[in-house]
Design a protein around this ligand. Structure first.
Ligand SMILES: CSC[C@@H](O)[C@@H](O)C(=O)COP(=O)(O)O
Length: 380
């Protein structure tokens, strides 16, 4: 079951309600999510007391973005264990809630393996639940550390690619603190540039159809006092043509073994534009987003979302309102093509920034080296 805490005002910078937190009120453990469907209108927390509520929050994008999905999945297993639900069933439904972001299954697997290890060692369900929770907390912490490392490595790369600073960066979707235990992925690099006084402007793609850029990235940029400008996705071409973009920074939902990158739909057109205009196109993602078991871009499952997300515009829900209204923007019965992600081939990616630094060019062997460095340290 999910219910809602009292909202807090959005104009109270600098601290933001955490994207996700574990809590243990007297009634039992809960996972508390900042409901991203309500932003930027209001900060409302969604309290999940069971796994179906969390799966619902994942499907509706109340909680979203690859790294945070992994963290949420791990805490979901811990929640099921702590509340005495069937942990294997919970893991299965969590891992299947969305198909593209590899971190979701990764986080679920880590907590499940920790649960099983603790159960084998102790034979005791309470110890097993504690093991799953400790692993979720570890993943949460690692993500924050990885985010700081990516911010620093990404800024060093920008300084190398664009000597002189004063960067004008275009970004797509939302990749900041709302998707992470830390400052995020691509957004963490822009924020590091801002903090170092080297960000002239952050160009924020609105990111149709669910407006993660307009609703969430603009919100995070404003809270951090960054100079930012919002644009429609289709305005990006003219911005490149005018010479106003120095680099593109995006995140990733899954990176295949050949270096192909699945990210929010609209990323691939930006990569094509960037190549045509000789602008660096940089992907920023933790190594947990690399999936060595998926050979190439064509093998990545791309989530298809309901057509209504395109044929209707949702008014954000506000506290006190019965429902957020849906306004039709196409004739009744119109069919819509609505993939959540697209695939950018590695040859269009200038560099991949992970917590281990920048990989450039992005090749299958470079990806394999990164996996060899990271996997044993992070799994298990
Ligand atoms: C660090 S976040 C990287 C990606 O997860 C992000 O760019 C993205 O595509 C998120 O999609 P969403 O559908 O909002 O979950």
């Amino acid at each position: 079951m999910a219910d809602q805490h009292a909202p807090s005002p959005v104009d109270a910078p600098p601290s933001m309600v955490p994207a996700l937190r574990w809590d243990e009120p007297p009634e039992g453990p809960v996972l508390v999510l900042l409901d991203q469907t309500r932003l930027p209108v209001e900060e409302v927390e969604l309290v999940c007391t069971d796994v179906p509520a969390l799966v619902g929050a994942i499907r509706t994008l109340a909680v979203r973005g690859a790294p945070l999905l992994g963290i949420a999945g791990a805490y979901g297993v811990a929640l099921a264990a702590a509340r005495g639900f069937d942990v294997d069933d919970a893991a299965q439904s969590l891992a299947g809630a969305r198909p593209t972001a590899v971190n979701l299954g990764y986080g679920v697997r880590r907590a499940l393996e920790a649960y099983r290890r603790a159960l084998d060692a102790s034979g005791d369900l309470a110890s097993a639940a504690a093991g799953a929770l400790a692993e979720a907390r570890r993943l949460h912490r690692e993500d924050a550390e990885g985010s700081a490392a990516m911010g620093a490595a990404g800024l060093a790369l920008l300084d190398e690619l664009l000597p002189g600073g004063n960067h004008r960066i275009l970004t797509h979707c939302n990749t900041g603190a709302l998707v992470s235990g830390g400052d995020g992925t691509a957004f963490a690099v822009a924020l590091a540039a801002h903090r170092a006084g080297r960000l002239r402007r952050l160009w924020v793609d609105e990111t149709r159809p669910l407006l993660q850029g307009a609703r969430l990235t603009a919100y995070e940029a404003a809270r951090n006092g960054m100079a930012y400008t919002l644009l429609t996705d289709s305005a990006a071409g003219s911005l490149f043509a005018a010479g106003e973009v120095d680099a593109v920074l995006i995140g990733a939902d899954r990176i295949a073994a050949d270096g192909s990158v699945a990210n929010k739909v609209g990323s691939y057109p930006l990569a094509v534009l960037a190549r045509y205009h000789h602008v660096p196109f940089v992907v920023v993602a933790p190594t947990t987003t690399i999936d060595p078991d998926t050979a190439d871009g064509a093998s990545i499952e791309v989530e298809q979302r309901p057509g209504q997300e395109v044929t209707e515009v949702m008014a954000p829900q506000t506290a006190g309102a019965e429902v957020g209204g849906a306004l039709p923007v196409a004739p009744l019965g119109t069919q819509a093509y609505n993939p959540a992600f697209d695939i950018t081939p590695p040859e269009l990616v200038t560099a991949l920034v992970t917590e281990h630094g920048a990989l450039s060019p992005v090749t299958g062997s470079g990806i394999a080296d990164l996996c060899a460095r990271s996997r044993p340290a992070t799994i298990g």
